[in-house]
Design a protein around this ligand. Structure first.
Ligand SMILES: Nc1nc2c(ncn2[C@@H]2O[C@H](COP(=O)(O)OP(=O)(O)OP(=O)(O)O)[C@@H](O)[C@H]2O)c(=O)[nH]1
Ligand SMILES: [Mg+2]
Length: 689
């Protein structure tokens, strides 16, 4: 690939509802531009973008892919993203390094949940966009209906710059509303009579909208003068860059129709890195923000947006240069971690192919292998001018599973393989739950977590089962009690003697447990206190209800007796452990469960359904705030009821809602549920014995 200037680069992310045809479209663009010589198909598992074995298997994207191509003196860095909600982390990373988006909409399905979400993310990052109405060859495809939906959902600024000629199996080409010519298979012709009226109507709308964005143009327009092609294009570019207009195009990725016109529009109407608003980074040395320039001679600032484990080159770090130039065989500074990195060979990436390149300039995207410490979200820069770009906002996990190894060999490799996978995907988290002794993997949904399990098997040879995690229940007492126990045994020579009186008191929730002694007159000699404490603490590990850890209890040793010869540390430990069992049983024990605090955002029309569902989940609704068509519901619910909320909420809201959830505190389990949990505990114990 020749060297392009920053002005000649277009960083474009493809966004859509799952299945609208992003991957097929990226493949068609690669083919049309000559980047590849064989047009792959998603259904045959041979596209450039969906090369991962799990993507091939699912016939759908899981990871973002870089699929750059060259078109009429431009380098178009296309980023294909997964549309499925579980893989939203990849989408967020991709949107962060793109300067513009192509939103792909299926001509038969129209605007879907994923289209709205994609639009929302593009809005958040304020990136200009085009819409490509794909699959116009399909049964039930209806361009004008989709256009109406686009305008209804996103506003009148969605305006077609071309119209399809025919549709479904009769789709033959498009009418260009700027040149007012018909094009089929790149052959220019006259507009068919049947479409002429409509084409004129839409052209008028387009020209009027373009004119309105510019004082000179509007004056000319109002005087009834025709705008030149050049004026329309220039106005359209300005309006698209400012977000006042979203040009709508049409075609078929599968039949490779309309893709070169889309490429033309990408280079005409979408921004180069220089057209973006200036961005700021933190100078970590001076501890102040500064504006950075998309200029190749400026100090280096490159944002790492993906880390993957490549089978050949090892750890591969993808980054975008926001300012400056990065060279192969150089040294860079990681401003996020304050560490030096050796930059070996730089690569341009296309799907799974890596092409060595000498350097990457401001605005461009590439990768480097084998960085030591750098991970996703870090900034690479020069040590003498350390700059940290704002990190990438990844979503917080909403669903957890317990990962159980199938064999001992699997157990040994479980931790390391999970850690490696989580390193590649910042929307995953791995932790060990000390109470339930389970390895917990958290992410965005079932599909993502299943992909992790598949990947562990394939990449690391680790076989695992994924299950709903056990609830880390705890136990406590609710009334103050006193308990006595005398441990006395005479077995031949030396006997055993320990005798304690303990007082147990409930403490406020979340305080933990404590031990102290209040012995007067040496009824228990001081040197036995540690043994008593040990007995007490051990007893707290397993409660009397269902063997869960006991919390929030204050235990005081207040009396006892000893024997000059037979008493021992062991005897006192045994005595206190028995006294504890008695005390815990008599102190009106209760089970405690984790309560999660949740923040749920759904379209207003689903508020009732969500509330009803929350009620059935023993949740307490703390508040409800309407926010421009959306309801934000704050609630608290027992973890036991909301472990699969990611799935429930998706089905209630048809995928339109989202939520965040975090641990809040422990609360008493209602009595009837306690009985069930205790019975389940017994059953599990029985099964194990
Ligand atoms: N008829 C028709 N089918 C298409 C077209 N574009 C894509 N498809 C098919 O639609 C299905 C989904 O296409 P993909 O390209 O995988 O869609 P995607 O948007 O990448 O989907 P995700 O990766 O899941 O987000 C595949 O079976 C494609 O062959 C098109 O223009 N016409
Ligand atoms: Mg795809």
């Amino acid at each position: 690939m020749p060297q392009y200037t920053t002005e000649q680069i277009r960083n474009v992310v493809l966004l859509s509802h799952s299945g609208a045809g992003k991957t097929a479209l990226s493949e068609a663009m690669l083919y049309s531009t000559g980047a590849i010589t064989r047009l792959g198909k998603v259904d045959q598992g041979n596209t450039t973008s969906d090369y991962d074995p799990d993507e091939v298997k699912r016939k759908s994207s899981i990871y973002l892919s870089l699929v750059p191509c060259e078109w009429q003196g431009m380098k178009v860095n296309l980023i294909d993203t997964p549309g499925y909600a579980d893989f939203i982390g990849e989408l967020m990373a991709a949107v962060r390094v793109a300067d513009a988006a192509v939103i792909v909409v299926c001509a038969a399905s129209g605007v879907e949940v994923g289209t709205e979400l994609a639009w929302g993310y593009a809005d958040e990052r304020k990136i200009p966009r085009l819409v490509f109405v794909n699959k116009i060859d399909r049964e039930n495809a209806d361009f004008f209906k989709v256009l109406e939906e686009l305008q209804e959902h996103f506003g009148k600024m969605c305006l077609p710059i071309e119209l399809p000629i025919g549709a479904q199996q009769n789709f033959t080409g498009v009418v260009d509303l700027i040149t007012m010519k018909a094009y089929s298979q790149d052959q220019e012709g006259e507009i068919p009579d049947s479409l002429r009226g409509r084409a004129e109507e839409f052209r008028d709308k387009l020209v009027e909208a373009v004119a309105e964005t510019d004082d000179d143009l509007i004056a000319k327009y109002l005087e009834g003068e025709a705008l030149t092609e050049e004026e329309i294009r220039r106005g359209l570019r300005v309006a698209t860059l400012s977000g006042h207009m979203v040009p709508v195009l049409v075609g078929s990725a599968l039949e490779n129709l309309g893709t070169t016109r889309l490429l033309d529009s990408i280079s005409h109407y979408l921004p180069s890195p220089k057209d973006r608003d200036s961005i700021s980074a933190t100078n970590t040395q001076l501890k102040q923000d500064e504006t950075i320039d998309p200029d190749s001679t400026a100090p280096l600032a490159a944002l790492v947006f993906k880390t993957s484990a490549d089978p050949y080159v090892g750890k591969l770090t993808y980054f975008r240069v926001f300012s400056g130039t990065i060279n192969s065989d150089s040294i860079a500074w990681n401003a996020t971690r304050n560490s030096q990195e050796r930059i070996a060979q730089l690569f341009m990436i296309r799907g799974k192919v890596q092409e060595p390149i000498p350097y990457l300039i401001a605005g461009d995207i590439g990768a480097v292998a084998k960085l030591a410490e750098t991970s996703t979200g870090d900034t690479l820069c020069g040590r003498d001018h350390p700059l940290a770009l704002p990190a990438i906002a990844f979503p917080l996990p909403t669903m957890s599973v317990a990962v159980h190894p199938k064999t001992k060999a699997d157990l040994d490799k479980l931790g390391s393989s999970l850690t490696r996978i989580a390193e590649e995907d910042p929307s995953l988290q791995v932790r060990r739950d000390a109470d339930t002794a389970e390895t917990i993997l958290s992410g965005m949904g079932e599909a993502q977590l299943e992909v992790v399990a598949e990947k562990m098997r394939r990449k690391f040879g680790v076989d695992v089962l994924i299950e709903i995690p056990k609830i880390p229940y705890k136990e406590t007492i609710t009334s103050q009690v006193r308990a006595e126990y005398k441990h006395k045994k005479q077995t031949g020579g030396h006997g055993q003697y320990g005798h304690v009186f303990l007082e147990l008191e409930p403490l406020p929730r979340g305080t933990g447990s404590e031990f102290s002694s209040r012995i007067v007159g040496g009824s228990v000699p001081k040197n036995y206190f540690p043994a008593v404490e040990k007995g007490v603490m051990e007893a707290l590990h397993e409660g009397v209800l269902a063997k869960h850890p006991v919390v929030d209890v204050k235990v005081t040793l207040y009396d006892g007796t000893y024997h000059a010869v037979d008493s021992s540390e062991m005897a006192f430990k045994v005595a206190s452990s028995h006294a504890m069992k008695k005390g815990l049983s008599e102190g009106d024990p209760v089970l405690l469960e984790p309560i999660m605090s949740m923040r749920i955002t759904v379209p207003e029309s689903f508020t009732g359904d969500i509330m009803g569902d929350l009620n059935s989940k023993r949740a307490k609704v703390m508040g409800m705030t309407p926010q421009g068509g959306w309801s934000v519901i704050e609630a608290r619910a027992p973890l036991a009821e909301v472990q699969r909320y990611a799935i429930d909420m998706r089905s209630i809201t048809q995928g339109k809602g989202s939520f965040q959830m975090e641990f809040s505190h422990y609360e008493e389990v209602p009595a009837h549920i306690t009985q069930r949990i205790a019975a389940e505990g017994e059953k599990e114990k029985g099964a194990k014995d």
